[in-house]
Design a protein around this ligand. Structure first.
Ligand SMILES: [Zn+2]
Ligand SMILES: [Zn+2]
Length: 231
């Protein structure tokens, strides 16, 4: 014989991951594991940003050097667009600031003060969010969105640095290396990947290890194009 069961009661769950809360977590918006993971991501973001920003500035340097040296209309080596979109205004710094502003609004505080360039602002926003995360996990009713946003932001930064995603590679023109026997140009499509300035031809193995070498690469590509022998 079955006893009637009142199934209208629902055990409280974490707003971010949906897992049931422990009794000791009752009344919280997000569970402790979600809070811990978010805190770890926030702590790592400034370092990830710094690495991304280094790569990005290398890219900008490449463009400038190419323009000044050749004076031609040869397009620059394409910058890593996803890296640039993360380090520029609208990227990591802006997305952290938007979360900080939302938390401040919920707390009845004034909006985030001006923190300077993205490089200066990212650690400051991260610090604010880490300091106030215990409150947000406890009482902020939109914490689920922010846990998710911060997870995605962290993923985007990590992916841009490791270059494991296909869109993380960009074409940087044809390999201008000459075959030692035939003297012909290799002509293989070269690609560059996230987080590393190293370019290596998958066909002939010629390598351009750093930004100075990129400049040589670009000059060699221009020369090969002028000779009309590029693929
Ligand atoms: Zn959770
Ligand atoms: Zn090659």
């Amino acid at each position: 014989m079955n006893h009637p069961v009142d199934d209208s009661y629902q055990w409280p769950t974490c707003a971010a991951c949906g897992h049931e809360l422990w009794v000791s977590e009752t009344g919280r918006q997000a569970c402790r594991p979600c809070e811990d993971k978010t805190a770890k991501r926030l702590a790592e973001l400034p370092g990830l940003f710094q690495q991304l920003n280094t790569t990005a500035s290398l890219m900008r340097g490449a463009r400038k050097v190419g323009a000044a040296t050749s004076g031609s209309r040869v397009p620059p080596i394409p910058p890593r667009l996803e890296v640039l979109s993360l380090v520029a205004t609208g990227g990591v710094a802006t997305r952290l600031r938007d979360i900080e502003d939302a938390w401040r609004a919920a707390l009845g505080w004034t909006v985030a003060p001006w923190r300077g360039s993205p490089t200066q602002a990212v650690p400051e926003h991260a610090k604010f969010l880490i300091n106030n995360l215990p409150w947000a996990a406890d009482a902020y009713d939109s914490i689920d969105q922010d846990v998710e946003d911060l997870r995605r932001l962290h993923d985007e930064c990590t992916a841009a640095l490791t270059g494991e995603r296909r869109p993380g590679r960009v074409n940087v023109g044809y390999c201008p290396a000459a075959d030692e026997e035939t003297g012909g140009v290799c002509g293989n499509q070269l690609t560059a990947s996230a987080g590393s300035p190293r370019i290596q031809c998958s066909n002939c193995g010629t390598e351009w290890p750093d930004m100075a070498a990129w400049r040589d690469l670009r000059l060699a590509q221009e020369a090969a194009t002028r000779m009309g022998v590029a693929a």
